[in-house]
Design a protein around this ligand. Structure first.
Ligand code: UD1
Length: 430
């Protein structure tokens, strides 16, 4: 088991390049299951544990996957085993993304139910309900979702709750269905726009992605295509916080600024200076630009944040923002409306001197002048990033264990921070 050791107090400076988005690459890789001929090529795929997991899932089904750096070539023409086993699904909930494509192309799927999850119940009932409305017969047996469909048919589906992977799964099911599918109250995340752009290159007919109503007209078949994964807006936001919390001055390259509106606005209100160095179009969510981030002269100010589905403030940036607010003047209130149990990092942060009180889904953060390094334990992916950020600003040494959470979603995180001047290293635990 590995740990990350951070000695706080260094001001970060220099340049960092943002990788491809994990939450985009995962559905794009699942979507390659829909290609009846040829090999799909995906560029800018980040080197992450979750990406390795979905590659292993596809290989287990009979896909041939070749990786060269950030480029993946995936051939799914010989897939003959429509199963996603528990051993892999339990390590990554997003494995559920293969359910829609498998049913659409092969008319069958056997996908393990994702188990309990550290950040809340996170059910997949809406994925299942939508597929049933499209004509799939679905049962749950021995912990597995068993799906069958002679032919999926278009349907008019309204989500009770906005779900990102649920929207992606149903789009991928609908592209080969008979007729038109309308998804209402759909999620609007930029990663869904990225998925739709790839599917369209494969031959799909999709309209309205990025809005609450997505319309998909089924086609006979899809073919392989080449595509470049959009940059990771959460990684970019995390580095913005790193620059601000350390009092540094960092150029972040390949940040999808147009997709980061709520994050940029909040970080600026807290007191970060965020200056785009290249021009960008406000409606181009998928392209990265260079941006310079530093702490403004007036210091950090507390404020309130409520996590919401896109375009609101992302729950995946909540832990990182909390750490910045922990060092801001005044009291801040953070409301977590997306997941019911996403404050587990609070108890670790308290050990570092953060003054926080949690009441249900609300955290009240009173700013302090200094944090103190401590041994801490990561509880989930974004919490682990928050703990490292706290370590950058803390006096003394912070040792974070359970680093595998971080490796699920940040490619070379400590290497990138070290290149910016942070005193951070990875060690083998005794
Ligand atoms: C995705 C992201 C994750 C992010 C989350 C919210 C990926 C791979 N992961 O996760 O990083 O934190 O969006 O932005 O893109 N829900 C139901 N029934 C369902 C599905 C969801 O009740 O069938 C609820 C969930 O419990 C949760 C809310 O809907 O309260 C939103 O979850 P959802 O958008 O589905 O999250 P994920 O797609 O799993």
């Amino acid at each position: 088991m590995e740990s990350i050791v951070v000695k706080g107090g260094r001001k970060l400076s220099g340049e960092v390049i943002i990788d491809g988005a994990k939450n985009s690459a995962l559905p794009l890789i699942a979507a390659t299951l829909l290609a009846e001929n040829g090999s799909c090529c995906l560029d800018n795929v980040p080197d992450l544990r979750d990406i390795n997991t979905i590659i292993r899932l596809l290989e287990g089904m009979g896909a041939v996957v070749q990786r060269q750096g950030r480029r993946l070539e995936i051939k799914t023409t010989a897939v003959d085993n429509c199963q996603a086993p528990y051993e892999l699904v339990k390590t990554m909930r997003a494995s559920i993304l293969v359910l829609g494509p498998l049913l659409a192309r092969f008319g069958q799927a056997r996908v393990s139910l994702p188990g309990g999850c550290a950040i809340g119940a996170r059910p997949v009932n809406l994925h299942i309900k939508g597929l049933e409305m499209m004509g799939a017969k679905i049962s749950v047996e021995h912990g597995y979702i068993i799906g069958q469909a002679e032919c999926l048919t278009g349907a008019d589906i309204t989500f009770d709750v906005t779900t990102v992977t649920g929207t992606e799964n149903l789009i991928m099911a609908a592209v080969l269905a008979d007729g038109v599918t309308t998804l209402r109250n759909a999620a609007r995340e930029p990663e869904i726009v990225d998925l739709a752009a790839f599917l369209r290159k494969m031959g799909a007919q999709i309209e309205g992605e990025g809005t609450h109503t997505v319309t998909i007209t089924g086609v006979e078949k899809l073919s392989a295509a080449e595509y470049q994964v959009m940059p990771d807006r959460i990684e970019a936001g995390t580095f913005m916080v790193a620059a601000g919390i350390s009092g540094g001055d960092v150029v972040i390259k390949n940040a999808p600024l147009a997709a980061m509106g709520s994050v940029v606005t909040k970080l600026q209100e807290i007191g970060l200076k965020i200056e785009p160095l290249t021009t960008y179009k406000e409606d181009d969510l998928l392209t990265g630009v260079a941006v310079r981030v530093s702490r403004g002269a007036e210091g950090l100010r507390g404020l309130d944040i409520k996590t919401m589905p896109y375009p609101g403030f992302p729950t995946d940036m909540q832990a990182q923002a909390m750490v910045l607010l922990a060092l801001a003047d005044g009291t801040s209130v953070i409301s977590e409306t997306v997941f019911e149990n996403r404050f587990m990092h609070v108890f670790e942060l308290q050990r570092m001197g953060v003054d926080i009180e949690v009441e249900g889904r609300t955290a009240i953060v009173r700013g302090v002048a200094m944090l103190s390094g401590a041994p801490v334990m990561a509880s989930d992916l974004r919490a682990s990033a928050g703990l490292v950020l706290a370590g950058l600003a803390a006096e003394g040494e912070t040792v974070m264990s359970r680093v595998y959470h971080l490796d699920r979603g940040y490619a070379g995180f400590e290497k990138k921070l070290r290149s910016l001047g942070a005193d951070i290293r990875r060690v083998e635990e005794n």
